[in-house]
Design a protein around this ligand. Structure first.
Ligand SMILES: Cc1cc2nc3c(=O)[nH]c(=O)nc-3n(C[C@H](O)[C@H](O)[C@H](O)COP(=O)(O)OP(=O)(O)OC[C@H]3O[C@@H](n4cnc5c(N)ncnc54)[C@H](O)[C@@H]3O)c2cc1C
Length: 359
């Protein structure tokens, strides 16, 4: 018997499992044959402290030290550039203020991203403090930490039934039967389904698809030092990726939980928005994919025990911020489960726990 079963082997479940494994015997159950197969394997891997709601930003900031220093650090320089047309001034100012971006001249923006279209680019902003996260290594390191603390990480273990015998959870997976005193629900897009299996009321955590195309380096440029660049209002974005360029329509389309794929029409429209701002046309895709960003009704993460049933713990609704928040979110979750006082301010904690939906 484990002390804690964690359902979901994405960044949420692995980071929570690692933190909890310092004090408890943890088993992570993951449906797929590989860790990080769903949202966690499909992200843009960016750490931008100012991106998200205030509670997300608080988690981002509290995660920075871990991102920089744990296991040799996970961050490398990227930068973040916002590109706007003349008629987009108001949206530009709003984004720049929210994200703490300083305005730069269009000429400077062209030095940073030489394919921006001078005729379209009226305003630009730049923020140097945005970083690439080594997401694969981070997930593997959390899994290693669980195993080092005598825990287990089981893949190909789809949870199919959950029941309770007295104080003990009985979980059936495709790998067999598992028992534990506590359950952590880190099932991403499937979080409400897992709650339903456990007899816990859903919270309304809804998956939203976001697609991504990988293009050959435009015009044969060396893109490796380019910052990530965005259209205002997050209408599209582009990011260098191992010699190629990722371009996302940045859509947020409500879907059922599933193994997501890019919607061709959405992708084409998003690429057209990107093309309007650059000199190099899109002639070929190397590949495309999509992932599900799951949000709670107020779009903040949901971390902590179910009110009235603390043996069921939520670690869900990571939205578009699962990696940048993971170090602090997992620490908060472990503190709440273990009865320790969290380091984050009380108001931030209150805006993250499931209690806010149960009043
Ligand atoms: C296109 C895109 C770009 C993004 N960019 C960024 C970014 O730049 N920075 C950032 O921080 N975040 C980003 N994100 C968000 C980030 O990827 C997610 O917040 C994060 O991956 C969510 O992690 P998770 O573990 O909750 O979900 P998932 O990775 O989906 O993990 C949940 C796991 O639960 C498993 N599961 C479900 N049901 C069961 C069951 N019955 N039994 C067992 N296992 C089950 C699933 O198989 C899955 O592996 C992006 C997301 C997308 C889609």
């Amino acid at each position: 018997m484990s002390d804690i079963l964690v359902i979901g082997g994405g960044i949420a479940g692995l980071s929570a499992g690692a933190r909890l494994s310092a004090d408890a015997k943890v088993t992570v159950l993951e449906s797929e044959t590989a860790l990080g197969f769903h949202a966690s394997g499909r992200s843009a891997a960016l750490f931008e402290q100012n991106y998200g709601l205030p509670s997300t930003v608080a988690l981002n900031k509290a995660s920075a030290d871990y991102h920089w220093h744990a296991n040799g650090g996970y961050l490398s320089p990227r930068g973040f550039l916002l590109a706007a047309r003349a008629e987009e001034r108001a949206s530009f100012e709003k984004d720049a203020e929210t994200l703490g971006i300083a305005e730069i001249s269009p000429e400077r923006a062209l030095e940073l991203i030489p394919i921006l279209k001078p005729a379209e680019l009226a305003f630009a902003g730049y923020h140097e403090e945005a970083y690439d996260i080594d997401t694969d290594r981070m997930m593997q390191d959390f899994a290693r930490e669980i195993r080092r603390n005598s825990g287990e990480v089981m893949t190909d273990a789809r949870v199919t039934a959950i029941s309770r015998q007295g104080e003990t959870w009985q979980v059936t997976s495709t790998r067999g039967s598992h028992t534990a005193a506590r359950l952590v629900n880190a099932a991403g897009a499937w979080a409400d389904q897992i709650a339903g299996m456990a007899g816990i009321a859903p919270l309304g955590i809804l998956p939203h698809r976001r697609s991504m195309a990988r293009l050959p380096a435009p015009g044969g440029h060396d893109v490796s030092q380019w910052p990530m660049f965005f259209g205002v209002g997050e209408s599209w974005y582009a990011k260098p990726d191992a010699g190629a360029l990722l371009v996302s329509p940045a859509e947020e389309d409500l879907v059922e939980p599933h193994d997501a794929w890019a919607d061709d029409m959405v992708l084409a429209e998003g690429l057209a928005r990107y093309e309007e701002m650059v000199t190099e046309p899109v002639t070929r895709l190397l590949t495309s994919w999509a992932g599900l960003r799951s949000f709670s009704p107020d779009r903040a993460l949901v971390l902590g025990p179910e009110p009235g049933d603390p043996a069921f713990v939520w670690c869900a609704a990571q939205g578009g911020y699962g990696f940048q928040t993971a170090p602090a979110a997992s620490q908060l979750l472990a503190d709440l489960v273990m009865g320790r006082t969290p380091a984050l301010p009380g108001a931030v904690v209150a805006s993250l726990t499931p209690d806010r939906f149960r009043r």
